[in-house]
Write a protein that binds this ligand. Structure first.
Ligand code: ATP
Length: 480
């Protein structure tokens, strides 16, 4: 192959590569005129190569290059002097007039003899990244909002005391142990402590200690290095490190194995961790908040929980009362959840009937606030008036089964509840509400996934979401 043909092919190859790059790339000649403009540049700026070639960078009306503004005149731009601009976050103006957030990088290109050949610029569109950043910021603001103390409902004496404890705990940095039955709002309280403390701009990392077996929990908390054990194909940062300058909330702390108890004690004493498979110690700045529905003191007495760890965790104890101990909060909680669910579902339910409120006040609420929330969620599905009536309630409440019940661990949804009949309209409404997620529909109805599937088949409802507003497929006549 001749030298010139080889060069031509090589040139073609390079320009194809540049054209296929996801980033915008363009070059300027020594006089500052645009000499090449790849496809991504066309997409980012809206200008075709034909429109851009021969123009100056003024075409992009860029918000900044060196210093505060872009002179758009290569003579006044300090690029030749500096050699490179470094990555600059700025905005360029799209042909349609709107601003496009980008990261721009310019470098001077020199020949073998050092002579300036021109400038190459890369432009990365960060609109998507900015959108994700904004969403993360909004989500974090919303989380803070949810955990505002006035979103934790309660005016009863034991709740007022719990609020006071949260305020005191939030003003300090000591370890907090939250104790209360399941569903009383312990996680909500942990969030309130974090979001009202000086660590609020740091992360709140939650780990449920009962959800993982010992070895996985160890690696979840402490991280590991590649090859630390079979299957550790890459290094992993643990949750303690991820929570830097924030709070770690360890839920179900009573479930910790003796081995992890020792490791946690060391973290609390030394304020440093070692990733599994590594001997390097890493300093960590975290606050530890823990919770349990068990009586941790008794676990200590039974020798199942280390006493030294118990004292380290229990520097500031907070007791969250059961719903039985604060029945005067039930009306307030009921209207809070009704408002919340109206916003979520678009329904306009005003309140619950007197009869329903009487049932609520008589019931023992073994599942506490979570059970009340679930009962109202269930009633919302069935209620098609503006007031929740007795027939909308789950079976265990309608039947008065849980009245003065002593079995604290009674299932939130006993067998009677599962046998509830559902109408085709209710099922359709619920499918639309749950974006055709059949498991969620089954959960809300207290039915099995298979029962929901059977109802859908029976009524000819499409199994997958087509258009939720499309009427369901009609049952076929036998033989048709
Ligand atoms: N005082 C309250 N005000 C408003 N909502 C509450 C309150 N207490 C609990 N809830 C709601 O009840 C549900 C259960 O609360 P949470 O998960 O905090 O309970 P928990 O005690 O951590 O439960 P578990 O021990 O099972 O983990 C959540 O949806 C929460 O928002």
């Amino acid at each position: 192959m001749s030298h010139t043909r080889h060069e031509k092919l090589n040139h073609q190859f390079i320009s194809r590569i540049i054209d296929s790059m996801a980033d915008g790339v363009f070059t300027l000649d020594k006089g500052g005129r645009i000499a090449s403009w790849n496809r991504s540049m066309e997409k980012i700026s809206g200008y075709s190569a034909a429109e851009a070639l021969g123009q100056t960078c003024a075409l992009l009306n860029c918000s900044r290059c060196f210093g505060t503004s872009c002179p758009a005149d290569i003579g006044r731009c300090r690029i030749f002097e500096k050699g490179s601009s470094g990555a600059k976050e700025c905005q360029l103006q799209h042909k349609n007039g709107h601003d496009v957030p980008v990261i721009k990088h310019a470098s001077v290109v020199r020949g073998d003899d050092g002579e300036i050949l021109g400038v190459v610029e890369t432009v990365t569109d960060i609109s998507e990244l900015n959108r994700a950043r904004r969403m993360a910021e909004e989500a974090s603001l919303r989380l803070g909002e949810i955990h505002r103390l006035d979103n934790i409902i309660g005016k009863s004496e034991p709740m007022v005391q719990a609020f006071e404890s949260v305020r005191v705990a939030a003003a300090s940095d000591v370890s907090v142990l939250i104790q209360g039955e399941s569903g009383t709002g312990k996680e909500l309280i942990a969030g309130a402590i974090h979001y009202n403390s000086d660590r609020r701009s740091g992360p709140l990392v939650t780990v449920n200690c009962s959800a993982l077996p010992e070895t996985l929990l160890e690696s979840e908390l402490f991280g590991h290095v590649k090859g630390a054990y079979t299957g550790a194909i890459r290094s992993r940062t643990g949750r303690f490190e991820e929570a830097a300058d924030g709070t770690v909330f360890l839920d179900e702390i009573g479930e910790l194995s003796p081995f992890i108890q020792v490791k946690l004690l060391r973290v609390l004493q030394e304020r440093e961790i070692e990733r599994i498979g590594e001997s390097q110690k890493r300093k960590i700045n975290i606050r530890i908040v823990t919770a349990t529905h068990q009586d941790l003191r008794s676990l200590v007495a039974e020798g199942k929980f280390r006493e030294d760890l118990y004292y380290r965790l229990n520097v500031f104890p907070i007791k969250v009362p059961s719903l039985r101990e604060r029945k005067e909060d039930i009306p307030l909680l009921t209207s809070h959840f009704i408002q919340m669910m109206n916003r979520k579902t678009g329904k306009q339910i005003v309140d619950a009937s007197r009869e329903v409120m009487r049932i609520f006040m008589d019931y023992r609420w073994p599942g506490n606030v979570r059970e009340l929330e679930n009962a109202l969620e269930h009633s919302f599905v069935l209620c098609n008036r503006d007031r929740i009536e007795k027939e909308d309630l789950p079976e265990q409440l309608r039947s008065g089964e849980g009245r003065n019940a002593t079995n604290e661990s009674a299932s939130l949804r006993p067998a009677g509840y599962r046998r509830r009949k559902v109408s085709k309209d209710q099922l359709l409404t619920l499918l639309v509400d749950c974006s055709w997620n059949k498991s969620e529909v089954a959960r809300r109805l207290g039915l099995s996934h298979t029962s929901v599937w059977k109802y859908m088949k029976k009524w000819g409802i499409p199994l997958a979401k087509s258009d939720p507003r499309t009427p369901p497929v009609q049952d076929k006549q036998p033989g048709s």
